[in-house]
Design a protein around this ligand. Structure first.
Ligand code: FE2
Length: 196
């Protein structure tokens, strides 16, 4: 039973209420995600195992699409993600290894995208994505080494229509990123107990 994940999902569900604006939700969620990625043992081995390429594993999606939690497991041969946007608030947490996020700014004239701020996010730390920092690419600081990022979004990131970009021309293409896993973790699992 993963108490850490169960408690995180409970606390997230309480804060994605309509009376809280998205900025407030993201700020409160940042503290919850930092707490989650500072703990070990809550993510089952099948959601941690590296494949050859990058895996996007849905851990939970709110039934009303108010938030989603996704494990990004870097593959043995993956170098960096395509340039992409999100269209919703996000918090990037790192559970294992180090993830690098590089902001990318499109050229309206169709020239190459320009790198902006660069964030190095080590295990146990978080960084924020939002309206002023929405287009980026990510990389495993040490390609081939184990790295797992836990990303939290203010919507169902896998089903949302968003964009990937061609870095040399700033050309945007609409896409839906989906998820790679057919089953979800069960943080409520526990053994049968005969109670007195
Ligand atoms: Fe991203």
């Amino acid at each position: 039973m993963s108490v850490a994940l169960r408690d995180f999902l409970r606390d997230m569900t309480l804060l994605v209420q309509p009376e809280f604006d998205p900025l407030h939700q993201q700020q409160a969620a940042t503290g919850l995600l930092r707490d989650l990625v500072s703990q070990s043992g809550w993510l089952a081995p099948e959601f941690r195992a590296a494949g050859e390429s990058f895996r996007q594993l849905l851990l939970y999606n709110d039934p009303l699409d108010r938030f989603s939690l996704v494990a990004f497991v870097w593959g043995r041969t993956s170098i960096e993600s395509p340039v992409h946007d999100h269209g919703m608030w996000g918090v990037v947490g790192v559970l294992e290894g180090v993830e690098i996020s590089t902001e990318m700014v499109p050229d309206p004239a169709g020239g190459p995208m320009r790198p902006g701020r660069k964030d190095r996010v080590p295990a146990g730390e978080v960084m924020l994505l939002g309206p002023t920092y929405d287009i980026h690419k990510t990389a495993n600081e040490t390609p081939g080494a184990p790295a797992i990022a836990i990303h939290l979004y203010g919507g169902n990131i896998g089903s949302a229509e968003r964009r990937i970009y061609e870095a040399t021309t700033s050309k945007a293409t609409i896409m839906r990123s989906g998820y790679d896993n057919p089953v979800l973790p069960n943080p409520w699992a526990q053994p049968v107990a005969i109670l007195p």
